[in-house]
Every structure is written in C-alpha cells, then in structure tokens.
Design a protein. Structure first.
Length: 174
C-alpha cells in the first residue's frame, strides 16, 4: 500500500510506518458506510476514533471487558478485512505509548477505538455530510496538537525512554 496524501498538519511529516489491522466484515462495512457518507478517507475515519480514544485515555483506563470484546471485531485472515493505516510522525509514538501503557497491542487499541467511536461517527454522518468531513480533519489535527503540547504527553515521553523503541526498529507492536 502506498500512502498518497499527507494529513493537513502545519509541517509535512514523513510516513513513520504502516500498521495492518484486521476487522470482521460487519465492522468493515460500517467503516465503509461512514467513509462514504462523510466523503472522507478510511484513514480519517479511523484517526477520528483513535484520537478520540487517546484523549479519553488521559482520564480513564480501558477495562478487561473492552479488551476481550475488541477481539470479536478482529475476524481472521480468511474471513476478515485488512486495513492498512499510515502513521505520520508523532501519531505512531502516541499510539504505541498508549498501547504500552494499557499492555495491549496496537491493533487491539485501534479496534477498541473503532468499537467506542464508530457509533458517534454514525450519528454525526446522519446529520451533515460536508460538515462531517471538515470536522473529522479538524478534530484529528486538533487532538494531535493537543497531545503533542500537553504535559501528559511529555511525561509519557519520559516514560517511553525506558522502553526505547530503537532496539527493535522494524517490529510493529501489533
């Protein structure tokens, strides 16, 4: 997969990595419907969910039931759909740090985000299509900026030095 479009961040970011997440076809069809309604990309639909969850994680923890339920969204290689998500710059760091903190895989974190925030997007897309696309982009970029500037992210960066990702640079924590 080739990531063609850069997110509208103030500075151009290089693609940090591509993460593959498996979804069952029911969840994938819901994502397709929302993408079509909002006339945005799959990436923006997933980013909205991820950054909504990361914002929520500053205040709450994910319980074991949600972790187990995320596995039902997974599907297997034959019956599921593979979504390849391009991550730019600090997006990858924030997602990996959140997954490490919760002791779950990145794929599970993304599935939990989809599970929690897809219904929110379904309600939004039912109201207005043009507003939804604009909101998705603005919401995700605003969350990235807030997470980058927040003191919580700085503290998490200090904690991440204990895990140092450079020992395994080509392994994605999925």
């Amino acid at each position: 997969m080739i990531c063609r479009k850069q997110p509208p961040y103030p500075l151009k970011e290089n693609i940090a990595s591509v993460i593959e997440v498996l979804f069952n076809f029911e969840t994938w069809n819901q994502i397709k419907i929302i993408r079509k309604r909002s006339s945005s990309t799959f990436s923006w639909v997933v980013r909205f969910c991820i950054f909504g969850l990361l914002d929520e994680l500053q205040n709450h923890k994910i319980d074991r039931e949600q972790r187990d339920e995320s596995q039902s969204f997974a599907g297997n290689r034959k019956t599921g759909h593979r979504l390849q998500l391009c991550l730019y710059g600090d997006d990858e760091k924030q997602i990996k740090l959140a997954a490490l903190e919760l002791r779950i895989s990145i794929a599970d974190l993304i599935r939990i985000a989809i599970m929690k925030y897809l219904p929110v997007l379904q309600k939004m897309t039912a109201k207005s299509r043009k507003q939804t696309k604009k909101y998705l982009v603005e919401h995700a970029t605003k969350k990235v900026k807030l997470l980058n500037e927040s003191k919580i992210f700085e503290k998490k960066q200090l904690k991440s030095k204990q895990f140092d990702f450079f020992y395994y640079p080509r392994i994605l924590l999925i």
